[in-house]
Design a protein around this ligand. Sequence first.
Ligand code: NOJ
Length: 572
Amino acid sequence: MTQRAWWRDAVIYQVYPRSWADADGDGIGDLPGVTARLGHLTWLGVDALWLSPFYTSPQRDAGYDVSDYRDVDPRFGTLADFDTLLARAHELGLRVIVDLVPNHTSSDHPWFQEAVNSAPDSPERSRYLFRDGRGPNGDEPPNNWTSTFGGPGWTRITEPDGRPGQWYLHLFDVSQPDLDWTNPDVRDELESVLRFWLDRGVDGFRIDVAHGLVKTDGLPDAHAPHGFLTDPTDQSPMWDQPGVHDVYRRWRQVTEEYSRLGEDPGGGAGPWAANDRDRILCAEAWVKPAGALARYVRGDELHQSFNFEFLMTPWLAQDLRNTITETLTAAEDVGAPQTWVLSNHDVVRHATRLGYAQTPGLKQPRGIGAGDPQPDAALGLRRARAATTVMLALPGSAYLYQGEELGLPEATRLPDDVRQDPTWERSNHTEHGRDGCRVPMPWEGSTPSLGFGPGPKAWLPQPPEYGALAVDRQRGVQGSTLELYRELLSLRRELRLGAGSLTWYDAGSDDVLAFTTSAADGSAVLVLANLGSSPVRLPNGARVLAASSPDVTAEQGVPIDTAVWAEIDHRD
Ligand code: NOJ
């Protein structure tokens, strides 16, 4: 029997290095901090970690603005610290995925510095998207594209001779100039960066803005507002262009070369068999519908892509059924595993998102400030636990974001003067941005910085409610969110639910999301979430294996906003 590749049903935990653990006490998390806390991940029971960028960077977009792709920023440590982290993770049986940022560099990158100091038609400029401006004096941007963080997508430079000059494209912050992927130098350089980290022994890459690398020839005006989650009907000239797939076909070949090598060239071999050493690529591609997204994971392209549609779906049974069905079908059509994710460093944490009224077509918030309507925290947590219980039973691979295992809410009352996300300034203070989901982790309930670092410093203030949610306050506490995650992960592994196959189950109400999935021993597990307004009974003979809330009983059934896993008779 051929072995199922590890990534097809892996649970991958996102570590946001600035906010996970701070070993040197400067208030910013670092790689030695990550290494010191890896035990949390093995205890929790995940398969891999994904590290957000720790590369040399001026940190104008928290590291997604890279100035040296082959080194560690001194704030986070050194290359030797990275090697230690990788070797320790492998010893513990954890695979390590790193972030690759190929759409743009930092404006501090030597290439960009060379570009602005060279002539308009020089090879140095041709690595980026420099264009002459429109209008009589070239003082209007070359097209109408805007930045995802707000404001124009173009900035004008001053030429070396002091005259107002060309404009460069930045789909994100002004400090993140877009690379020109039609230039072979760019393709070669990023392939060489891939190889650099593969040679060190990493197990894969999460590819930032994977749908943005290639732009429509001639950079025509956009006809529709071009948000981040694109729809093919928008025909956005900057997102999801067919040419990106050539890049990924090439990268797949590169990772296959390393997968065939088996043992790590660096970083310790880990406990895996040589034929279980696939190196993987996962796309961050905000592309709709599921069929368009599935093109990124065709057999000769990437292994996975984040399923943001699931994350954006409101807590409504019919909407979730539709999203799950579309996801399963699209992925199956190309033979790829599905992925599921509810939180990450760019979105409002799901324990908070779900604390607001849920309506069809709900637009998810882009940050929350103290003056905004505040969520119902208890409701949000209850639903978040139920949503995770559903997610971890779905076939495929799942991504967790640090702190969600504690039920952490978004920090919704951060003082505006501590905000660091460029979105806040670039949107003229109309969008609060992403700082609220990036607040440092609480490890200990009663120490300064809640155990994040040895002293009191934390780069963003931790809200008062984080203390009671700290790891040491929940570990070993029956019914805590942390213990729920651990229990779900352990059962998921034991029953091999990630490798299961889903069949919708009629629970007698449209407001109930219910399906069965096959467990390793061939038995059926019923997954049932009650999104309605009254309790729901479980089928006769059902034996509850796990529940998102402790108040599930045979008599009361499954209360509102609760999900269960139950063993049922196969013939039911
Ligand atoms: C997506 C990343 O997840 C986000 O944090 C970043 O700001 C943008 N890409 C730009 O790199």
